[in-house]
Ligand binder design. Structure first.
Ligand code: F6R
Ligand code: MG
Ligand code: MG
Length: 368
């Protein structure tokens, strides 16, 4: 790859079957995905790849030179998920093909079930990136940490200290309910931004740009399966990609907000509020009440498109107390059982099977 050419980093994920239940992925699935992507690397479709999993989600991390929303790359990911679904069916893994909502690929994987976060950039002299992958939650889970990384000087010292960051960042926010978006600039429009993204089930930060030069800083997957399918078909467990250092937040500034296990939507049946627990790769197995929600983080140095890594970023005792607090919060929330705010409000459960339950009572209500 020529030094000045543009590189695309695509993270594409899907739940194509759980082991056991919705807890984890089977090693055969990961091996199948690696095998298929190895072919794609050999024939030059992609420059490099890495396969990971978070809970029951299969995460494909790809580098290539074809740009965002590229049909060939999306079709490759689609084919990987399809072949893995066949393996999942053979093993009768749970919910085989759960996120594959369509029978045939139709040009762009977005809107077909899988989650996508892609960015294109000219690789810097050194290009550190951190990828976050979560299970048993939804894309709004990134709002709080992304806000703190790119707009809160109490988190990110670089906003005060680094001249490239002092002007701040702009945030593209998607209204997933109305299918529209808005770009807001921080620090000037910080209050407007917060007025929206505090409603994290509806307004979701989808990308972040550095204001001094418009460089892409972060992208998040914003697929909401519930809206895509018109009915609840699984959780839209999200991914996020963040560029670090030299005019972007330092790696440590990117990791810092995850030391607070904030409450996110998801957990059991995608219907509960619970703390986001940062864990090393091998602990991304949400077994307690199908949770609590997990996030893993893979750090890479990119070298001419090669993914040097991953480094398992949450495999660090400095997150031990976060995990302990997350367990304490889990305990506290669980004691509420089916009561709000542990259980999500009714409008958030519109796409679950709850309406079918309420339907049974419909004729027994009397006017008062
Ligand atoms: C949450 C999740 C699980 C399932 C639950 C019930 O995102 O995937 O909590 O919702 O295990 O699953 P089903 O309805 O497949 O029995
Ligand atoms: Mg699943
Ligand atoms: Mg999942």
């Amino acid at each position: 790859m020529a030094e000045e050419s543009r590189l695309t980093l695509s993270v594409i994920k899907a739940d194509i079957g759980g082991f056991v239940g919705h807890v984890s992925s089977h090693p055969d699935i990961l091996d199948t995905a690696k095998d298929k992507l190895n072919h794609a690397k050999e024939n030059g479709t992609i420059v490099d790849f890495h396969v990971l999993r978070c809970g029951d989600d299969l995460e494909l991390i790809l580098t290539h030179t074809k740009g965002c929303d590229n049909t060939e790359i999306h079709e490759l990911a689609w084919n990987v998920f399809s072949v893995c679904t066949e393996v999942a069916k053979e093993l009768k893994l749970y919910g085989a093909g759960q996120d594959i909502l369509s029978d045939a690929f139709s040009g762009n994987i977005k809107g077909m079930g899988p989650g996508v976060a892609e960015m294109e950039f000219v690789e810097r002299k050194s290009e550190p990136v951190v990828i976050f992958m979560a299970d048993k939650t939804s894309p709004g889970a990134w709002n709080l940490p992304i806000y703190r990384i790119f707009a809160d000087p109490f988190n990110t010292a670089g906003l005060i200290i680094d001249p490239k960051m002092c002007d701040g960042f702009s945030f593209r926010v998607l209204d997933v309910k109305e299918g529209r978006c808005i770009t807001l600039s921080c620090p000037e429009e910080m209050h407007y931004l917060l007025a929206l993204i505090g409603t994290s089930s509806r307004y979701i930060i989808s990308s972040v740009y550095r204001k001094t030069d418009g460089e892409i800083a972060a992208v998040m997957s914003t697929q909401k399966l519930s809206f895509i399918a018109g009915k609840y078909v699984g959780k839209d467990d999200p991914v996020a990609v963040i560029r670090c250092q030299s005019g972007f937040p330092a790696v440590g500034e990117v990791m810092e907000p995850f030391s607070f296990p904030h409450l996110v939507e998801g957990w059991m049946r995608g219907s509960h509020s619970g703390p986001l627990m940062p864990v090393p790769f091998y602990e991304a197995n949400p077994t307690r009440f199908d949770g609590p929600p997990r996030v893993i983080s893979a750090g890479f140095q990119i070298s001419n498109g090669r993914l040097i890594g991953p480094h398992d970023m949450f495999d660090d005792p400095s997150f031990d107390s976060t995990r302990r607090i997350a367990n304490d919060i889990s305990e506290y929330m669980r004691r509420h059982g089916p009561f709000q705010p542990h259980r999500l409000p009714e409008e958030e459960l519109e796409y679950t099977t709850l309406p079918l339950v309420l339907e049974k009572l419909k004729d027994r209500f009397q006017k008062v």
